[in-house]
Design a binder for this molecule. Structure first.
Ligand code: HEM
Length: 623
């Protein structure tokens, strides 16, 4: 494995010529720069190289090549680029490939194992948060909330703060939804409203993290030797540190707080020793009886599972005397408490990274293609029952949804009682899942992919000859290169996805094109989640959260286009209006069990509730 192929045996990769040092950095358009990589992929084939500021990037533009390298040779293609600004911390998505990554990833998988349809805590976290989210949408965007609300919504605090722009508030609601689910699972913490500081803090951390990782923002990321410059010349040194300090304080407070309340010696000692910040903010236990009381009351969470049996993860010795320097004392197999805390930090931050953006795009797809909204609604009616007064289908939604052949139907009796969809319905909702897959393909949230780093020289001959391959001589891929699985190019492959620019979820329903497409895990059907050993471990949970959210919103209202106001909006902006459907004004959909408690009556036709959306996600400035 240590064998390094002689460099003379390989051909250099093709690619566009660039300037010395700067490379191809200035050849990208300002708008949608990732599109340029597709242009080059068409010219140079499914594997080519570019360079920028001394770094070599190898761009992979076909699933075959991605699988050959990132998956089949995962032992050398799973490292990450070293981000100097974030060097102190152990964020799972960017950590170097090695023992710490293995330990964290193992704990992450343990956390993911809790997210299954037979775990009542998982179901509760999803249902509770989706209900709150819908409440917030209704309470916030009803044009006449005082007249329409007869039952007090469960989130009395749902109205946005007066300073907040309604154009962006719905982003906050979706962020709080994701944050709510994962926080409840990770720490047993229940988010009450999207304007809660707790949620905004996590969003802030993720945004800071994203900025810190940008090569263009901090020159030190591109030129690591800059870290040796004095502090007065490198302001990023302080700003980076401040963000990391606040983030660490939050991650430790939430994680060790659970242990403290449970009376865990590990967490208590940890708290006494304290972190750099002086305090982790965890609740101190006063005496045994209080300890016992809080121990009983501590809600289920992944942190709690950890503190119930820390020795499963940590060396027994370190459970009584926590390491003074968090990241240094781990053996190759034992996860330090600090690492466990950061794994759950990644659980939240990584969820917040991709999922809200994808959800926003899903809403955008509903807006632009209302016929799919109607088909989703029809599908839900077939699976969860149709409300008695809801005899009229939506104008565009007369088409019947196909029933998934493998899904057992619920009894007729149950069908008579309309209810809101839940997790157990997932296998029987192929349409909404196809719409999600198509959205992730149509508007990738990470169009440029997420770089993997190659740890030693490698030789590679693509099985399918490329336009530039003249001989059978393999290409030389150099150690230290960053590999971009270019998601935008992958999704624009006209052979796999005919008419790639068209939004057409049917492609994921066709049994000839994608056999078993509704049953395969999302990450195997769409490539939005990466490849190989670093593939996104939260895929199933992401699918559950997104499908449930859209299903509930579509049950509650129609998402429609609000008339464009002159001089406002523009390219990349969208206008949304959600108005109660015809059925609802006649008391139709509000009769669904599960919705009634958060619903208002007498919503009156006409305007309903509306919101104006700002740019959706980071990748919506498509032309
Ligand atoms: C639509 C939603 C999501 C998208 C599009 C997405 C996408 C991705 C991508 C592209 C990667 C990098 C894969 C690679 O390098 O090959 C990744 C990594 C990761 N994702 Fe997600 N993700 C989503 C949701 C989630 C959720 C809900 C969680 C947590 C529950 C999560 C946790 C992670 C973690 C921890 C990593 C780092 C894995 C590693 O480097 O070993 N993601 N995700």
């Amino acid at each position: 494995r240590k064998f390094q192929p002689p460099r003379s045996q390989g051909n250099p990769l093709p690619g566009p010529a660039g300037l010395p040092i700067i490379g191809n950095a200035f050849q990208f358009p300002k708008k949608n720069p990732w599109k340029q990589l597709k242009v080059w992929a068409d010219e140079y084939g499914p594997i080519y190289r570019i360079s920028a500021l001394g770094k070599t990037f190898i761009v992979l533009g076909s699933e075959e090549v991605c699988n050959d390298l990132l998956r089949a040779r995962g032992d050398i293609y799973s490292d990450r680029h070293y981000i100097t600004v974030l060097r102190d911390e152990i964020h799972l998505p960017i950590i170097k490939y090695g023992d710490t990554w293995r330990r964290q990833r193992k704990f992450f998988h343990f956390a993911q194992l809790q997210s299954h349809a037979s775990n009542p805590h998982y179901i509760a976290a999803l249902n509770q948060n989706v209900r709150r989210t819908l409440d917030e949408f209704l309470a916030t965007y009803s044009t006449t909330p005082s007249q329409t609300t007869t039952t007090t919504p469960s989130t009395a605090t749902a109205a946005p703060p007066p300073t907040l722009d309604l154009k962006t508030y719905w982003h906050h609601i979706l962020e709080a939804y994701i944050c709510g689910v994962v926080s409840q699972l990770a720490y047993g913490y229940e988010v009450k409203s999207s304007s809660e500081k707790y949620v905004r803090d996590w969003v802030g951390f993720y945004n800071e993290f994203e900025k810190a990782a940008e090569p263009a923002r901090y020159a030190v990321n591109a030129c690591p030797w800059l870290r040796f410059v004095p502090r007065w010349l490198g302001p990023w040194k302080e700003s980076g540190k401040e963000y990391l300090r606040r983030e660490r304080e939050m991650i430790h407070r939430m994680f060790f707080g659970v242990g403290e309340r449970m009376g865990s010696a590990l967490a208590a000692e940890r708290n006494v020793k304290g972190e750099e910040s002086g305090s982790n903010g965890a609740v101190s236990l006063k005496n045994d009886s209080e300890g016992k009381k809080t121990k009983q009351e501590e809600p289920w969470s992944i942190s709690k599972l950890y503190f119930l049996n820390p020795s499963k993860w940590t060396n027994t010795s370190s459970t009584t005397s926590p390491p003074s320097s968090p990241s240094t004392t781990a053996t190759s197999t034992s996860l330090t408490p600090h690492e466990a805390a950061y794994t759950l930090g990644a659980y939240i931050e990584a969820s917040m990274a991709g999922t809200p953006a994808a959800l926003k795009l899903l809403f955008q797809a509903m807006l632009w293609y209302p016929e799919w909204q109607s088909r989703i609604y029809e599908e839900i009616c077939q699976v969860c029952g149709r409300v008695s007064s809801d005899t009229t289908q939506r104008e565009t939604g007369s088409e019947q949804s196909p029933q998934h052949p493998s899904s057992p139907g619920r009894g007729d009796e149950e069908k008579k009682k309309p209810r809101m969809p839940d997790l157990s319905d997932m296998p029987r909702l192929p349409i909404i899942r196809a719409v999600l897959k198509e959205t992730l393909r149509w508007r990738p949230t990470l169009p440029g992919g997420f770089p993997h780093r190659l740890t030693r020289d490698d030789l590679y001959t693509p099985a399918t000859p490329t336009t530039t391959t003249t001989t059978k001589t393999p290409y030389l891929l150099k150690k230290g290169s960053l590999l971009l699985w270019h998601h935008y190019t992958l999704t624009r492959n006209a052979v796999t996805y005919p008419s790639p620019e068209a939004f057409n979820p049917t492609r994921f329903l066709s049994p000839t094109l994608y056999p078993q497409t509704t049953r395969l895990p999302l990450s195997l059907v769409v490539r939005a989640f990466g490849f190989g050993r670093r593939v996104c471990p939260g895929t199933r949970m992401a699918e559950d959260m997104m499908v449930l959210c859209v299903a509930w919103v579509v049950c509650a209202a129609e998402i429609g286009r609000k008339e464009k106001t002159r001089g406002r909006g523009g390219r990349g902006w969208m206008h949304l209006s959600m108005c109660p459907g015809r059925n609802m004004t006649r008391g139709g959909r509000r009769d669904r069990a599960g919705l009634s408690s958060c619903w208002w009556s007498g919503a009156g036709g006409g305007g309903g509730w509306s919101w104006r959306g700002e740019r959706v996600g980071t990748s919506t400035t498509f032309s």
